[in-house]
Design a binder for this molecule. Structure first.
Ligand code: HAM
Length: 464
């Protein structure tokens, strides 16, 4: 026992619960590899300037939520609050061929008020595709997020979409919004009454009833898009229709990061509390490269919070096909090296195997084997040592059945290769043989004890 606890807003993921996270990462990896995205690993901390890109950035993430620190060399650094800026920094630093298509899995750190589905350290999987503003790439990114979430078994999803314009059309729109909010500032919620002029777009995102009422009549960006942005967005919408991906247009979707331009999107799980129901979101950041001091290079991506995805899966009763735990657990009642040797033999053959230590009783070792979720316990006791055999105790009834069927066939080849005689086979497999040509009638009870060599080979092959 210790008086230390994990810091507020963080969570320890212990086995086997952590298997759910591992499953999500594995499924994400397989999914994005289908579209030729490669893994990028970048540092958990960056130069503060990677995230605080000049005085214009007034997002809450930058002004309120960053974990900033000065290292022993006096450098100003920040724990990464999100992955996009780090990936763009790495892209500009290394100049890989475009389109640069990368996926990541990484913790993100945000000093937010902890609550269900909102952590100070959460884990994101994400994609970034840098080097083209082709709307075909917007379709690729959005469809990967939507299809991955659907492939997990989630059904109660809503994809929201907006276009935020670009450096041509957004400034004029912002002026319109500014004057509208200026006229109506006294009706806004308390926070926005003070802050509306710092970041007018964020008022559109506010869920407080006062702001909701005011934003209804506010000018909408989609009515003020320039022809290029309009065409870009309409091309994307047509492509989403063709791909049969359902979406809702949402004039108020501005998202919490200042780098977004043109396409923005978010997928919400309607099974979660609305304040924390975004299971993924992203958009275009065609100006981010410039803001980081690089050449103008467009990009688009998304990130999805694994904790939220898991919550949504729990709410919807989605069960992952998890098969964790070792195949074999070696139980050793005679001490010595037998358990160690057997364990090593199986592991070297690629069969997951565990054992107990400390010379515990049979009962305690069996309990441990059970807890480990092993399918088969292999018992080595005094009698087995004398007979050079192993006792098999199947902890998974279904596996026992499958092994019986397997062993009957295995023994055919084993007997031939080991030039054993047919009567031995009969006693182990439960097959009844007649004649030299190995005609047999099927199955009675299969033996629980097998000669050591035969057992090892059969088990290796069975779990291969
Ligand atoms: P974001 O919307 O800030 O976007 O975060 C992405 C996802 O991370 C959210 O949809 C949510 O599932 C999860 N998330 C965010 N904050 C928390 C939290 N405090 N606790 C638990 N989960 C959380 C970004 O981070 C952008 N970098 C996405 C992007 C990639 N845009 C372009 N490329």
């Amino acid at each position: 026992m210790t008086s230390f606890q994990s810091p507020s807003g963080t969570k320890d993921w212990l086995y086997p619960e952590s298997e759910h996270m591992a499953y999500l990462v594995e499924s994400f990896k397989s999914h994005v590899e289908l579209a030729n995205y490669g893994l990028i690993l970048s540092p958990m901390f960056e130069d503060l300037g990677v995230f605080v890109r000049g005085v214009g950035d007034v997002s809450e993430l930058v002004t309120k939520e960053m974990y900033e620190f000065v290292d022993k060399g006096g450098r100003k650094l920040a724990l990464r609050p999100e992955g996009t800026a780090s990936v763009m920094r790495a892209f500009l630093q290394h100049n890989p061929p475009v389109p640069f298509k990368a996926w990541y899995v990484a913790p993100s750190f945000r000093y937010e008020r902890p609550q269900a589905g909102r952590y100070r350290q959460h884990h994101q999987v994400g994609l970034e595709a840098i080097g083209t503003d082709d709307p075909g790439l917007d379709l690729e990114i959005i469809s990967i997020l939507f299809d991955w979430l659907t492939s997990l078994g989630l059904g109660n999803l809503s994809l929201k979409l907006n276009c935020l314009g670009d450096t041509n059309c957004r400034p004029a729109y912002l002026e319109l919004l500014y004057s509208y909010l200026e006229k109506n500032q006294k009706f806004l919620c308390k926070e926005h009454m003070e802050r509306w002029s710092v970041n007018p777009l964020r008022v559109l995102d506010c869920k407080k009833p006062e702001c909701v009422a005011i934003k209804e009549d506010a000018p909408k960006i989609n009515k003020h898009l320039c022809p290029d942005c309009k065409l870009h967005f309409e091309t994307l919408l047509a492509a989403l229709d063709t791909a049969e991906i359902p979406y809702l247009l949402d004039d108020y979707l501005v998202r919490g990061l200042d780098y977004y331009m043109r396409t923005t999107f978010e997928v919400a799980s309607l099974s979660l509390e609305s304040a924390q129901n975004a299971v993924g979101g992203g958009g275009r950041y065609d100006n981010l490269a410039l803001a980081l001091g690089g050449n103008n290079t467009p990009g688009i991506g998304f990130a999805s919070g694994l904790e939220r995805v898991l919550l949504a899966c729990e709410k919807e009763g989605v069960v992952f096909p998890l098969d964790y735990g070792p195949s074999v657990f070696v139980i050793d009642l005679i001490g010595g090296h037998k358990a160690g040797e057997l364990t090593m033999t199986f592991r070297r053959a690629g069969v997951a195997c565990d054992r107990s230590f400390d010379n515990r009783s049979l009962k305690s070792q069996l309990r441990q084997a059970d807890k480990s979720r092993a399918k088969l316990a292999l018992i080595v006791g005094e009698r087995e040592k004398q007979n050079n055999s192993l006792q098999l105790k199947w902890l998974d009834a279904n596996m026992r059945e499958r092994f019986s069927a397997f062993l009957a066939d295995f023994l055919d080849s084993y007997v031939v290769s080991e030039s054993d005689d047919l009567s031995t086979m009969k006693s182990y497999s439960g097959k009844s043989y007649s004649g030299e040509n190995k005609d047999y009638t099927e199955q009675y009870q299969i033996s629980n004890t097998l000669p050591t060599d035969m057992a090892i080979r059969a088990i290796k092959e069975f779990f291969k």
